[in-house]
Design a protein around this ligand. Structure first.
Ligand code: ZN
Length: 433
């Protein structure tokens, strides 16, 4: 990151530095390993060859030099490329993994074994060259600032329909799924599906690929936790589609709107992804060979926390209020709040609704879900307390309570105890005493 000293009257950059943290190389090792090792033998060790680490340092340096020249992050860049083109060696070699080095577009986690020699990272791209032209090219025919502004705007409108030149701002909790950090491609569900397929290939090889003679398992531990961190990122990218709103900046002369809701089908696609990958237990991530080398216990709580994080993100009150507003404005064309809760309920409480034993991971998930819904009921911020959120949370808890009272299972005592406990907990939430 390069802090600037600039002239506030003109914007001219007078001074700029790049600060290089001591652990950037470690960060690069972790990202490159986790995102590409499934297809890339160069990333299958705890220490990369100098040529590889040199290339990675060049990647970060180019981004930081962009900052010193005045370029901000462009988190909307990577969504210009269709997911499938990221599997194409010719395309990725020519275009990199995003049109701008100023996105947080990481390494090519989409490409699959057998795709061939694909490009693995972003380069200085067409967006970067164009924005340098925008910022630095002299416009001699312009008499004054106003004149210059109109010329600059004409450069923007000429490229307005080309996603390669799109700018998407950085936000802490993105509402626009096409402007996210750490993602690549134009569809979070497709890209993340490929990403998870690659994580599933890495986990069984992790011990071999992190092996170092006469060393302990510190790197195995670190990279295993990075696998789960990357998995969490994919869940976040997908969740942003639910209650998502695209932001494509425009000026008056473009005669179009800026904000559009993410289409219903895409929000349903996102929910189906969450049902499959996080409400169903992610068994692939639980590997006894790894666990028994890095910790005496902690697996159950790690999985529960992953699921809790995904639930809190999904049932974030700001997101839910956007879902309600979309439904209010667009009716049946919107993915509604009741659909959202029904989809969560049916995949989290499946055994209670349909019968069957409930295993440890699922019991933990069910208690956690009730807990997150209880949190919604207790939220006293005005815009949440007086929106539909608490009504829908209460309604759903009642449905779950009813199903729990009707649940009967003679075979598994623990499942039966769990259901009694769950019903009692819901009772206390609905009727605190
Ligand atoms: Zn940056």
């Amino acid at each position: 990151m390069g802090p600037h000293v600039h002239d506030p009257r003109t914007g001219e950059i007078l001074e700029s530095d790049i600060i290089w943290y001591h652990n950037v190389m470690n960060l690069l090792r972790n990202w490159f390993f986790i995102q590409t090792a499934a297809i890339n033998p160069d990333a299958r060790s705890v220490k990369f060859r100098n040529e590889i680490m040199g290339r990675l340092i060049r990647f970060v340096s180019a981004h930081e030099v962009g900052h010193t020249l005045g370029l901000p992050h462009n988190m909307g860049s990577s969504s210009a490329y269709p997911v499938e083109s990221l599997r194409d060696p010719e395309f990725t070699k020519r275009m990199g993994t995003a049109p701008s080095i100023m996105d947080y577009a990481r390494f090519n986690y989409v490409a699959q074994p057998g795709d061939g020699d694909v490009g693995l990272m972003p380069n200085i791209g067409p967006y970067d060259k164009w924005s340098i032209m925008y910022g630095y090219k002299v416009i001699p025919e312009a008499d004054d600032y106003e004149d210059e502004r109109l010329t600059l705007n004409s450069w923007i409108t000429e490229r307005a329909d080309d996603p390669i030149y799109r700018f998407g701002r950085q936000r802490f909790r993105p509402t626009d799924p096409s402007a996210q950090t750490e993602d690549i491609g134009d569809n979070s569900m497709k890209a993340s599906e490929y990403g998870i397929a690659n994580l599933k290939r890495i986990v069984p090889n992790l011990i071999e690929w992190t092996a170092e003679e006469a060393k302990d398992f510190k790197d195995l531990n670190e990279l295993y936790n990075n696998v789960l961190g990357q998995f969490r990122r994919y869940l976040g990218h997908v969740t942003a589609n639910i209650g998502g709103i695209y932001e494509f900046n425009k000026t008056y002369d473009e005669n179009d709107v800026i904000y559009t809701h993410v289409p219903k089908e895409r929000q349903e696609e996102a929910m189906a992804f969450l049902q499959k990958h996080i409400f169903e237990t992610p068994e692939w991530a639980i590997d006894q060979d790894i666990l028994r080398r890095i910790e005496e216990d902690g697996n159950m709580e790690r999985i529960r926390r992953l699921q809790e994080g995904a639930l809190n993100l999904l049932l974030n009150p700001d997101r839910l209020n956007r879902v309600i507003e979309n439904q209010t404005l667009n009716g049946a064309q919107a993915y509604s709040l009741t659909e959202l809760f029904t989809d969560v309920r049916s995949s989290v409480f499946t055994e209670i609704l349909n019968g069957g034993n409930i295993d440890t991971y699922r019991r933990n998930l069910q208690r956690t879900t009730v807990d997150v819904m209880a949190g919604l009921m207790k939220n006293q911020r005005n815009e949440f307390e007086n929106s539909d959120i608490q009504a829908v949370a209460r309604g759903n808890l009642k449905v779950i309570l009813e199903a729990a009272r009707n649940y009967s299972n003679q075979q598994d005592e623990l499942s039966a105890f769990h259901i009694q406990d769950l019903a009692e907990r819901i009772d206390m939430i609905l009727d605190p005493r």
